[in-house]
Design a protein around this ligand. Sequence first.
Ligand code: GAL
Length: 671
Amino acid sequence: MRSVSEICPYMAYGGDYNPEQWSEEVWLEDARLMQQAGVNLVSVGIFSWSVIELNENQFDFSWLDRIMNILHDHGIGVSLATATASTPAWFVQKYPDSVAVDRQGVPYSFGSRQHYSPCSPEYIQGVKRIVRQLADRYKDHPALKMWHINNEYACHMAECYSAHTEKAFRVWLQETYGTIDKLNEKWGTAFWSQRYNDFEEITLPRHTPTFTNPGQTLDYKRFMNDRFLYLYKIEKDILREVTPDVPVFTNFMYQFKPLNYWQWAKELDVVTWDSYPDPLEGTPSVSHTMWHDLMRSLKQGQPFLLMEQCTGQVNWMDVNVIKPPGVMRLQSYAAIAHGADGIMFFQWRQSRAGAEKFHGAMLPLSGGEESRIFKEVTQLGQELKNLDPVVGARTKASVAIVFDWENWWAVEQEGKPHQHQRYIQQVMLYYQAFYQRHIAVDFVRAQDDLSPYQIVVAPQLYMLKEGEAQNLEQFVSQGGTLIVTFFSAIVDENDRFHLTGYGGPLRDVLGLWVEEFDPYPVGAKNRLHYEDKQAWCYTWSDVIHLDGAKTLAAFGENWYKGYPAVTLNTYGQGQALYIGTEPDPSYIDELVGTVLEEKEIRAPLDVPPNVEVQERHTASDRFIFVLNYHQEAVHIRIPEGQPYTDLITQKVVKDHFPLQGWDVAVLQQRK
Ligand code: GAL
C-alpha cells in the first residue's frame, strides 16, 4: 500500500464534487475554475448510488467515466467515493426491511439520507455489489488517488433497533461473553430481577420505564460502533483486494460520541475529518483545534486531511452566521499548524436544488468566479502550493491528554451523581490551559505507551480498565508528572465499581482515597485556599483522605472546609497531582504553568496575546506557524540571528517582523 504522502506529495486542496447535479458544459467550466483555484483533489460520488446503479444490477458509469477523464485531463486527482452512504429509492422499495428503526420502533422513511440499517443483510449485499463494480472499473484509472468509503458513518443514525439489529446484538454478546452466566455477572443482572437464562431472552435497550441496565447500554454502544466498523471493513477488504496500492479512509466528525475513533483509525490509511466550527465560538475555535490534535493523535502523529469545512456559511444551524473575510484562510492554516496535510471543503459548486442549496461552497451561486469567496479560495489554493515542504511534517509533543471513548459513553450514562457533567468539557478545560501557552498536546489512551511524554493529564477517567492503573503508575515511577481529576478510577470496563473504593486503583500513585462526592447544585461554587491565595471552584467536591500525598489547595467552604482539594504525591521518580474539583480556569492555568516550568517545557516563540504558535518538524526542517487572531497588526520577535523563510511570502525574515491582522506566517528553518 502506498502512503497518502507518496500519492499526494503536496498539500491536498479541493472539495466534494457532485457533477451529477450539473450538465456537461458545467463540468468543463468546473475543471477550468478548479485549475484556476489551485484545486488538485476532489471527492466524487459520495451520494451517487442512485445515478450509478439505476436499478438492481443495472449500472451506468458513463457520466462517471467522462468526469474522471475530464478531471484527469486537467491534472486533478480523484478521491473516489464508494457511494454507499444512502441507498436509492428502488432499493428501499424492493427491500423495505433494509431501513433502520428508531428507539420507539418506527422505521425511517426514504427521502433524506443515511436511512439504511447497519445490520440489514440486503444493504450489505448491495454494498458489496456496488463497491466491487466501482473498484473493478476504476482500478487503473490514472485520476484515482484514494477511496472515500461511505461518508461520516453514523452521522444521523447511530442507533438502530430493527429485528436484524437485535439478532446481531445477541450474536455479538454470545461472542463477547461465551456464556450467559458470565454476561449476568458482568451486567450485574441480580439487580432489579434482570437475570437471563439464555441469550435469546436479551432485547435491545429499547423503550423502558426507567434507567436501563448500564452494562447492557454500554455494550449496545460498543456493538453499534463495531457494527459500523464491520460495514467499513467489508468495503475496505474489497478495495484492498482489487486496488492494493490505493489508500482507503472514511471521514470522521467533530466531538462525535457514537464511534470509538481509536479503534477505527487502525483501519484507515489516513485519518480525515470534517470541521465546522460555530462562528459564534469566535476564531480561533479552541474546541476544533483540540479536535485537530486528537485526529492527528489517532494514528500516532501521522498527518491527517481536513476532508470538509465550509467557505462561508453552513445551512444546518439555527442561524447560519457567515465567516468574515480572512477567517476561512486562518482556520485552514490552523488545521495545517496542528497536523493537516490537506484542506478540502464541502463542496466545490453550490447546489442548485436539494436540502443543502443554501450551504456555502468554493464556487458560490451568486457572484461565481467574481465572488469574494471564490477569490479567497483561489488565494488560499495558490498559497498552499508553497507549503509542499510541510507535507509529512510531525508535531513533537511533551504533553499528552488521555481521551477515551468508552469512558465518554460510561461517564455520561444516566444514574450518576451529577447528570450535567460533560466529559468533553472536562478535557477541554485542561487542553485550553496548554493551548493558551502554545504547548503542543497529543492525545492518548491510558493503556498506550506514555514514555514519549513528560506530562500526562487524565481528566475524569471514570472508567479505568484492566492494566491502565499499572501503566499510569509506571509512567510516574519513571519520572513523569501525572494529573488526574475528580470522578476518576471509579468503574471497570463493564461499569461496575472497583471494589477498592472510589479512586481505589490509583490509591498508590495518587497517595489518597476518596470517601464521598459532593456534586454542586447548578450555580453553586466553593473556594480553593492555596498558599495565600484563593480561587473559585465549581461542579463537584471529592471528600479526600490523604495516604502519602500532600495538600496543595484545600476547600474553603462547607462541612469539609479545610479538607484537601488539590494534592501532590511523589511516586518513584515522578509526581502525581490530583484535582478533586473543577477549579476556575485561572487556577488550572497557574498550576499548568508551574508544572511546565518544572519540566522546562516552553513555547516555540514568545508572542503577543491572541497570536498562536505551533511547530511541525521533518528530518531536515522546522516549521513555525504564527497565526494572528487580532484585527490589528502585531510584531513578532524571533530568536536573534537566525534567518527563516516565510513559506507563504517566500521572503527571508530575521529578528522580528510585522504580521498583519488575521494574517499568518509559516517560518521554515533548516536544521
Ligand atoms: C457533512 C456531510 C456533507 C454535507 C456537509 C454539510 O456532515 O458529510 O455531505 O452534508 O456536512 O455541512
